[in-house]
Design a binder for this molecule. Structure first.
Ligand code: SF4
Length: 442
């Protein structure tokens, strides 16, 4: 079969809320493009050689509607829904079989199904091979359902060849995954819904092999919130993984995801640093420890955790979520004080978003609290549901206040800002951060 994999376009966070750009005292490049998440490279790796594979990234390319394909596979998360649905409708109208998978179709299959022939619910390893078999016979089923029991020891090496050398991306990190699932069940997180309520671990040597195979990419992003959890089993894994990563002597930038739920093991944190991790992308605001700190004014545990990180030489980039049920109008100032007390210099703010189809979203929907079903706006930059203790306007004003106020109180010089923020090329040139010659040959 001739198969087209599509990664649909989505409007970026800053594109849908220009108020954020206006609130900032340094100019950001709003339309940032990075390579697709893991769904497509995993499916291409699972595709037998007998098939011919093609790829279109809707963020860079026109969709090749006029070309002949036997099967179109669309992988999407919520902010991509509009384009994903349009692509599905267009190919179907031309008689081409279409399949959708990813976080949105997994959480909200009945909606995705209106725009494609088949929906994959759950992980590709448990659904996609059967899709291929059935498509070959011309007998696609409507739904393919996985059950989050896939053994991570059988994880295939993601195949990035379709986009690795493609021009137009602003950032091409090796995005790797050590774990799937999470037992924390934070209210607004899509991970437990998409991958289950218990952690499944991939053999650490397998992850290291994947990194070795992609040393030519722009750096490493280890996208596991749970890797530094304070539990015996995750700490044991982390020791093995980071020891191997240290031996690899990886020279480029390494981003690691996390939350305020952090290991207290100082030796492990030093190993993380020695392995080359320089940045911890830390999602705060809705895990139990940061809620205790900010919402309930008991900051000690979070502060000690972050101090341990700093002492180990790990820099924190906080992604601060606000807009929870318990939040009142004083929450914005509380977040700012929390960041100040923890000496966090790099930050982004995020409005809690109940993703369509999740239990949280269905609960709000039943109570008529969903304010919009424009899924372009489900990207953390908008208040999409009726808050409990504020108006929508108060919530959005408080959110913009945080963006403005944080960088007014703690201004970054241009070189510091460049470490984490996508500054416009004009601004970078003005401050001598790049020359004309550096201009992308991307
Ligand atoms: S936010 Fe992080 S800690 Fe909470 S459920 Fe999601 S992955 Fe787990």
């Amino acid at each position: 079969m001739k198969i087209l994999f599509v990664y649909p376009h989505f409007k970026k966070y800053l594109e849908t809320n220009p108020g954020i750009l206006e609130a900032l005292n340094f100019p950001l490049y709003a339309s940032y493009k990075s390579t697709p998440s893991l769904g497509i490279p995993i499916m291409t790796a699972l595709t037998p050689d007998e098939h011919e594979v093609h790829f279109a990234d809707g963020n860079l390319d026109p969709i090749p509607y006029d070309e002949h394909f036997d099967l179109v596979v669309i992988n999407c998360f919520t902010p991509q829904a509009k384009h994903a649905y349009e692509i599905g409708d267009t190919f179907r109208a031309r008689g081409v079989k279409t399949v959708m998978g990813g976080i949105l179709p997994t959480n909200y299959p009945e909606d995705a199904k209106k725009h494609c022939d088949a929906v994959c619910i759950g992980e590709a390893e448990q659904t996609y091979p059967q899709v291929l078999e059935d498509a070959k016979k011309g007998k696609l089923q409507e739904f393919y359902v996985g059950d989050n029991t896939f053994d991570m020891a059988n994880y295939v090496m993601p195949d990035r060849r379709l986009f690795k050398n493609k021009k137009g991306y602003d950032w091409k990190p090796v995005l790797v995954q050590c774990f799937r699932g999470c037992d924390m069940r934070c209210n607004y997180c899509a991970i437990p819904g998409a991958h289950g309520n218990c952690i499944r671990m991939r053999p650490p040597e397998h992850v290291i092999k994947e990194i070795e195979m992609n040393m030519d990419m722009d750096g490493l992003f280890i996208a596991d919130d749970q890797l530094l959890f304070p539990t015996e089993v995750t700490e044991k894994y982390a020791y093995e993984f980071f020891s191997r990563l240290k031996d690899l002597n990886y020279k480029k930038s390494i981003f690691l995801s996390g939350s305020a739920m952090l290991t207290k093991d100082e030796k492990l944190l030093r190993l993380v640093k020695d392995a080359g991790v320089d940045h911890l992308y830390c999602v705060t605001g809705f895990d139990p420890i940061s809620m205790k700190a900010v919402t309930h004014d008991m900051p000690e545990e979070a502060e000690t955790n972050f101090k341990r990180m700093r002492d180990a030489g790990l820099e924190i980039f906080a992604s601060v979520t606000m807009g929870l049920e318990s939040d009142t109008k004083d929450i914005f100032e509380k977040h700012l004080k929390f960041l100040e007390r923890n000496k966090i210099r790099f930050v982004e703010f995020w409005l809690a978003t109940p993703y369509p189809g999740t239990p949280m979203w269905r609960k709000y929907k039943a109570k008529n609290r969903i304010l919009t079903e424009d899924f372009d706006l489900y990207n953390g930059a908008h208040c999409v549901f009726q808050p409990k203790k504020m108006t929508k306007e108060e919530m959005e004003e408080g959110f913009l206040y945080c963006w403005k106020e944080f960088f007014t109180r703690f201004p970054l010089d241009p070189a510091e800002a460049m470490k984490y923020y996508n500054l416009t090329e004009e601004y970078q040139k003005k401050h001598g951060l790049i020359s004309d010659d550096d201009k992308a040959d991307k």
